[in-house]
Every structure is written in C-alpha cells, then in structure tokens.
Design a protein around this ligand. Structure first.
Ligand code: KPL
Length: 332
C-alpha cells in the first residue's frame, strides 16, 4: 500500500466458487510458530488443515505438529500430536481459505507463487505485523476476498513443527479495506472454531494503526539495543529514548488524522512493554538470526505516511535507517 489510502474494493461483490469440501479446508501459509498454532487450532476442531511450506519435506505429505497447549485451550493434555497435510507452493490443491502467517517481507512472493491455486471468491486472511502490504496482496489476488487479522496470542517454536502456545490472547478479523462487514463475521466463526478465539470487527484499520504504533515504539529500539521489551522501561537512558519516540509517534498519528490513537499511544506502548517485559521483540529476534526484519512495514510505513503528509519524523527515520543498516551487516 502506498500512502494510507485504500482502493475501493468490496468483498461482498465477490462471489465464492462453491466447492465440495465441507467444512472448507484451510490452507495455513508459513511453518513458524503462528502457522503451526493456527493449523493445530483448526485441526483440533475438525477442520481439514493444510500447512503450506516453502520447503516441504521431500517425501512426507502427511505429518504431525507437536502442540504444547495452554491449560485454558481445553485439550487436557501437556502435549499432543496433531496430524496435518503438508503442501508446497507447487501442489495443485485449490485454495478456498488461506491464512497467511508468514513474516511481512515474505508475504508477497509467497502469494504470487500461490495465486494460480486461489479460487474465485476465496477468503484470504493476512496475519502479519505492520502495514503497507495489504493493497499489494489484494492486487496479486484480484478475485479473492481479502481480510486482515491481528493477534495477541503468544507462541514459539520448540523445534521444527513443534509449537508451544505460550500466551492466550485474542484475534481480531476485519475485511480489507474496512467498512462494511464483508463476510468477516462468518469467517471469524470459521477461523475461531478451535481453541483460538476470533472476533470480527467492522473496521480493522484503527486496530492495525494502534498495533503499528506500539510496534514502532518497541521493536526498533529493542532490536538496536539488544534488550528485552521491559528493559526499555527500566534502563534510564533507554526510557528517555522510548518516551521521546512515543511523543514523536503520537504527534505523527495526530497529524495523520488519528487523534484518539495519538492520545493513547504512550500509555499503550508502556502497557504492552510491561505485559511482555521478558520478551525479546520479533525484530530483535530477526536481527539476531540474520533475517530481514519487518522494519519496512512498521517504522518505514509510518515514515512514508508522515513524509507524504509533510510531517517531520526524525527519530523514526533514524531508527528506520539504523535497522536497515544492521540488516545489511553494518554496525551502528
Ligand atoms: O508484537 C510485538 C513484537 O515483538 O513484534 C511486541 C508487542 C513488541 C511483543 O514483543
């Protein structure tokens, strides 16, 4: 997406191609913690779940995901083997329901590979951190119904195809680009049929912006300083940097027409940093693992919108450039 404007697009106008599978099979894209967790949630509720991997195992198409659930998931076991079907992009099965759980930088190339398999009217749910890729994803899949989701569920991979559900949260789901329901209620019921609850919202954009603002405040600073989310609040030098960054983000949100989010951002960022004090942010983990980070879709998106509106954003801009430099192996 360039700028904050969204093209006119209406999910309700897109007819879904009827298929014989009842209930509809879900394809879950990405073998990270979120992909495995959602595949397990759907499979335990009896929905056929297929895990789409960039590099599927050479010979196995059926596999198990090892799930360590939370007691509140209602599965009454410490660990379960959940059977799933593994597919690669080259498989031919038509896709009617897709939950994309890749990192933001991997999303568009993966969707381009899958596009020929996505049936008319298919529901495609984008569950990535950040903003700025939704319109491009919609352009790659012009005949699909696009939804955005964001989640506060916590999970981590214990090893390949072995996931621990580490924190219970909530997932919001809304049609892209927002506005009328566009099928979100029905889809939320389907996707939320397992142990991960999903709440439909009429307009997901404010929630996406609110999450973006929190990620702008926490992720780049923790990534560059190599610290936990909680240390941002505790270490005096870092705390003043964090506070000044929140002030700039708040001013930008106000200038971009989000006054309510602007007034809440500092308190929200502190609340999330405190609630996830022991966490190493996803951006820190990406930098440490030598992976591309989501900076382009987090701070980069905010800066792009700020500049288009003529709003100076020196702190965010400096963080954006510093993280990009680290991604390319440079030192601060
Ligand atoms: O979403 C997060 C992330 O790490 O990407 C936060 C909220 C910062 C938690 O770590």
């Amino acid at each position: 997406m360039s700028g904050s404007g969204f093209a006119i697009r209406d999910n309700a106008l897109m007819k879904e191609t009827p298929t014989s599978t009842t209930p509809a099979a879900w394809h879950v894209l990405g073998g990270g913690a979120m992909g495995c967790l959602w595949a397990c949630s759907l499979a335990t509720a009896g929905h056929p779940a297929r895990l789409l991997l960039r590099q599927p195992p050479a010979c196995a198409t059926d596999s198990d995901i090892t799930l360590s659930p939370r007691p509140t998931d209602g599965l009454h076991k410490q660990s379960l083997q959940i059977p799933v079907r593994i597919e690669g992009a080259g498989d031919a099965t038509p896709i009617t329901r897709l939950l994309a759980c890749t990192k933001a930088p991997d999303l568009l190339p993966a969707l381009a590979d899958l596009a020929p398999r996505v049936v008319d009217g298919a529901a495609v749910v984008l569950l990535q951190n950040g903003m700025g890729f939704h319109a491009e994803a919609a352009a790659l899949l012009p005949r699909a119904r696009i939804f955005c989701a964001l989640t506060t569920e916590g999970a981590y991979l214990q090893s390949r195809l072995s996931v621990r559900h580490a924190g219970s949260g909530e997932t919001l789901l809304g049609a892209f680009p927002g506005g009328a329901d566009g099928g979100a209620a029905q889809l939320a019921a389907e996707l939320g049929c397992g142990f991960l609850p999903v709440r439909p919202v009429e307009n997901i954009l404010p929630s996406l912006w609110a999450k973006l603002a929190i990620n702008c405040a926490i992720n780049p600073l923790t990534a560059l300083h190599g610290c936990t989310n909680g240390e941002l609040l505790e270490r005096p030098g870092l705390r003043s940097e964090f506070d000044a960054l929140c002030t700039e983000i708040s001013g930008l949100l106000a200038g971009l027409g989000h006054p309510l989010l602007a007034s809440a951002v500092a308190a929200d960022a502190v609340r999330v940093a405190r609630a996830t004090a022991a966490n190493r942010s996803s951006m820190l983990q990406d930098l440490e693992a030598g992976r591309r980070t989501e900076i382009r879709y987090i701070t980069g998106f905010l800066c792009q919108n700020a500049k288009a509106a003529g709003l100076p954003c020196p702190r965010n801009d400096a963080l954006f450039r510093a993280v990009r430099q680290r991604e390319h192996g440079g030192q601060p």
